[in-house]
Ligand binder design. Structure first.
Ligand code: AMP
Length: 193
């Protein structure tokens, strides 16, 4: 599978997250999967790419041109394929189109947006690709609690929360992605009451 991984750009995070990202990358490549990601060299993005690279996996970086002119931006310099885009939106679309599955690792607002967009599109049956959250050290527990609160208050259908897997173990996560396929539900199954 070509797996799109979303995750933190920030390097100012606890090293345990970096180690978990590298471990995920190594497992991905060892299981024969390739990586599609945002092309950053730092944070979780860089960590996952280094892990994939260590096991000789294939890496596609999708990067907007404006990052290249940004002196503060550090891009991954060992991608096998490097796709340039004009905008962040185009970049997200290409990442979505190129991937067969999605993994969300710990991150900030960029990662939250990517997670919620890919989940929204899944809920609206715009794709049937599996989604999994790597919940290292319970990082996403509070977001998941909030999503459950949204269910309790009627803003979200409980079935929406069944559209992704949550685990802190890369092997369990990949098993879930490999076993999950579209179930033929429609918009009403996941969104409307
Ligand atoms: P954040 O979680 O806010 O650190 O944003 C990281 C996510 O947004 C990644 O999954 C990327 O796809 C995208 N992104 C945001 N900032 C960058 C960056 N500086 N370099 C590459 N990708 C980025």
């Amino acid at each position: 599978m070509r797996v799109c991984v979303y995750g933190a750009a920030s390097p100012s995070i606890d090293p345990m997250y970096i180690e978990a990202g590298e471990a995920l990358g190594r497992v991905l490549a060892r299981c024969g999967h390739s990586l599609v990601f945002g092309g950053g060299a730092l944070g979780l993005m860089g960590a996952v790419a280094r892990g994939v690279r260590a096991e000789s996996g294939h890496i596609t970086g999708v990067v907007p041109r404006f990052f290249e002119n940004d002196a503060s931006e550090t891009l991954c310099d060992f991608c096998d394929e490097y796709i340039q885009t004009d905008t962040m939106r185009e970049r997200k679309r290409i990442m979505e189109d190129k991937a067969d599955a999605f993994i969300i690792t710990p991150g900030g607002i960029g990662t939250f947006e990517e997670f919620l967009e890919i989940l929204t599109l899944r809920q609206l049956c715009r794709h049937e690709k599996p989604i999994a959250v790597l919940n290292t050290a319970g990082y996403y527990d509070t977001l998941l609690a909030f999503l459950n609160e949204a269910v309790d208050k009627g803003f979200l259908k409980a079935t929406c929360l069944s559209l992704f897997t949550v685990t802190d173990d890369p092997h369990t996560l990949l098993d879930a992605l490999e076993c999950t396929s579209g179930d033929g539900g429609n918009v009403h199954t996941y969104k409307e009451g």
